[in-house]
Write a protein that binds this ligand. Structure first.
Ligand SMILES: C[S@@+](CC[C@H](N)C(=O)[O-])C[C@H]1O[C@@H](n2cnc3c(N)ncnc32)[C@H](O)[C@@H]1O
Length: 313
């Protein structure tokens, strides 16, 4: 470990983040590559900087929104957001099992616990895992896995994943054997495996003759539910963004509703804790159920999940 180099990377990252607001992870990746530092040093730099951000006060606009929404729970919620999230793996149960993964993790002296939110999840006793030695696993918060598990499709059904991104949730939905179409506006993020029809498109305008039994709208959002993983969030997130997200989310849901079979279910989700983004009322849709996961209550990231069906009259 070269402590002088590490100090330089930390200082340079903080300076650049202050002027650009770029995610710390990205800057650290670039600088550690430039100075040829390994992954262990990169993690050390990241965590050192994140610990600095975990101490920083939140912007006033966010404090006001949170206090007015969470009232007496606000204090506990803030404390939990200032801690490091526990490490959670998702296991692809088509190719592996929780028990075999637990056995593999034992060799790395890591203990595991189950999650009440996901049958695919293992909560690890520490972050120092060599993922390359584990097959069919990836990092994914159990709150995020819970979202994917709301799609209770079967092999005869059609599923649309309207904001599929890199496909963490799609991968879990694939376990149901359903016929999946995955859309994302960002071509580079659509890196899904075979068996899924991938389309690079804007979900607000996507049209299809095929209607869907299940639609997941895992919407772009403020990410305020994931502050534990991204305590540098407020370098780039501003109050005006919340309204922009709310509009984009509504447009995505309204288009999804047009693609839903009359008997279909639309699952809307965000990793936001703000009610401005966590919609309950959408024209033409009826709310069946909704839930807000929170780190202080559930020890997951902050996720909002709402199940809608078409309004019948
Ligand atoms: C919360 S992320 C999705 C994460 C993904 N479902 C997963 O589990 O890995 C939101 C995604 O929405 C995509 N997105 C943003 N605007 C969009 C639009 N208008 N149409 C479709 N996708 C969009 C982003 O590129 C991003 O990948």
């Amino acid at each position: 470990m070269n402590s002088k180099l590490i100090k330089t990377v930390i200082e340079d990252t903080l300076t650049r983040h202050k002027s650009t607001g770029e995610p710390v992870n990205n800057i650290v990746k670039e600088f550690t590559a430039k100075f040829r530092l390994g992954s262990r040093d990169r993690n050390l730099v990241n965590e050192t900087i994140f610990n600095i951000f975990r101490e920083k006060p939140w912007p006033n606009w966010f404090l006001e929104l949170m206090k007015s929404q969470y009232n007496s729970e606000f204090h506990d919620l803030e404390l939990s957001f200032r801690k490091r999230a526990r490490p959670v793996l998702a296991v692809d149960l088509r190719f592996s099992s929780l028990m075999s993964t637990i056995e593999e993790l034992k060799h790395q002296e890591i203990e595991c616990a189950f999650s009440k939110f996901s049958k695919n999840a293992l909560i690890l006793s520490n972050h120092k895992v060599d993922l390359s030695k584990l097959e069919h696993c990836w990092w994914m918060n159990d709150g995020s896995q819970y979202v994917a598990l709301q799609i209770k499709s079967d092999a005869t059904q059609f599923v649309l994943d309207l904001c599929a991104g890199k496909g963490g949730k799609t991968r879990i939905i694939m376990e149901t054997g359903a016929k999946i179409t995955a859309i994302d506006i960002n071509k580079n993020r659509l890196t899904l495996s075979k068996g899924v029809k991938c389309i690079n498109a804007d979900g607000r305008f996507f049209k299809s003759k095929q209607l869907f039994d299940w639609i997941l709208v895992d919407a772009p959002c403020s990410g305020t539910g994931t502050i534990r993983h991204a305590p540098d969030l407020f370098g780039r997130l501003k109050l005006a963004d919340i309204q922009k997200f709310a509009k984009l989310q509504t447009d995505l849901i309204l288009n999804a509703a047009k693609l839903l079979k009359p008997s279909g279910i639309l699952v809307y989700a965000t990793c936001s804790v703000l009610k401005q983004e966590n919609h309950e009322y959408i024209e033409g849709l009826k709310l069946i159920s909704n839930k807000q996961l929170l780190p202080n209550r559930d020890d997951t990231d902050g996720f909002y999940i709402a199940n809608f069906c078409k309004e019948t009259n």
